[in-house]
Design a protein around this ligand. Structure first.
Ligand code: C2E
Ligand code: MG
Ligand code: MG
Ligand code: MG
Length: 282
């Protein structure tokens, strides 16, 4: 009963609870069809360095180009995909599209690193590293061209298994990032053990920096913490120049947000990147 309530809420449908399982079934059918009919889209949101030169980077974000509903944002189907386990297929699809883009002659010459989001379900798949390795081999790209983003809550679901998988992925050459940092319940002592390269400050804190001193203090402490642990720190949700300047003054390493660019379709992203390269070499 509770699960159905949660599900119908996540889908933002108003149907009665009785029809929730019918909905589940039809959405799962629709999602499977979405993959077969090529309705998923890879979007990319640029990440920029705040101090001097850094490589080009972006985060891969999924969209669903639905025949009737239009472009559906991930929050309307990712929670559902996680509940049903379908997210594992979705992750492999995103990873493969990203590998394809990295192998594209237009990006092959750029020092580009792309972050892909993993879910709990992915981390608990004992074959995850093998599956990702096969995709890398198929497209001839290096693991080091990828960063894998994992939330604290995905790790804390089964910390021992998560740690074992993160160790394997790190040995394989993937960079690892803790996403939405500050919103979960992981302990610092535990995080310190993980082979992580980056902390990503959740956008709720970044967006709140201007209005609330609490959020500004959390952002400042997270930047210091990351640096004390030898990690790179990224702020997501940077919506204006004032926040960008403030993050730079706090020595945050990288920023991502609407002020820099919205998530872009792959073709628009390539145009954006080419323009950045021209601007920085001019
Ligand atoms: P996330 O991984 O924390 O991704 C960042 C989200 O913040 C993205 O939302 C991005 O569009 C949004 N964002 C970035 N800058 C700004 C800003 O300046 N202002 C505001 N208001 N928002 C900003 P999006 O694309 O809707 O994705 C939402 C969440 O869905 C992601 O959060 C991630 O948890 C999940 N997600 C998206 N794509 C995937 C995927 O391929 N696989 C998995 N497992 N999860 C995904
Ligand atoms: Mg992310
Ligand atoms: Mg995030
Ligand atoms: Mg987030």
């Amino acid at each position: 009963y509770a699960a159905k309530r949660k599900l119908s809420g996540a889908l933002r449908y108003d149907e009665s609870l009785d029809s929730a399982s019918a909905l589940t079934l039809s959405l799962l059918t629709e999602l499977r069809r979405a993959v077969e009919h090529d309705e998923l889209r890879l979007y990319l949101q640029p990440k920029v360095p705040l101090h001097g030169q850094g490589g080009l980077a972006a985060e891969a974000l999924v969209r669903w180009q639905h025949p009737r509903r239009g472009l559906v944002p991930p929050m309307e189907f990712i929670p559902f995909a996680e509940q049903t386990g379908f997210v594992r297929q979705l992750t492999l699809w995103m990873f493969e599209e990203t590998a394809r883009l990295l192998a594209d002659p237009r990006t092959a010459a750029m020092p580009l690193r792309i972050s892909v989001n993993l879910s709990t379900r992915d981390l608990l798949d004992p074959e995850l590293h093998t599956r990702l390795g096969a995709i890398l081999a198929r497209h001839g790209v290096q693991a080091s061209a990828f960063c894998l983003e994992i939330t604290e809550s995905a790790i804390m679901d089964d910390p021992l298994r998560a740690e074992a998988m993160l160790n394997r992925l790190s040995e394989q050459g993937f960079k690892l990032s803790i996403d939405d940092f500050g919103t979960g319940y992981s302990s610092l002592a535990y995080l310190k053990r993980l082979p992580v390269d980056e902390l990503k400050i959740d956008k709720s804190f970044v967006m709140g920096m201007e209005s609330g001193e609490d959020d500004a203090m959390i952002v400042r402490s997270t930047i210091d913490l990351a640096h004390n642990l030898g990690l790179t720190v990224v702020a997501e949700g940077v919506e204006n120049l004032a926040i960008l300047d403030r993050l730079r003054a706090l020595s945050c390493d990288e920023a991502q947000g609407y002020h820099i660019s919205r998530p872009l379709g792959a073709e628009d992203f390539l145009v954006w990147q080419a323009r950045q390269l021209t601007a920085s070499s001019a």
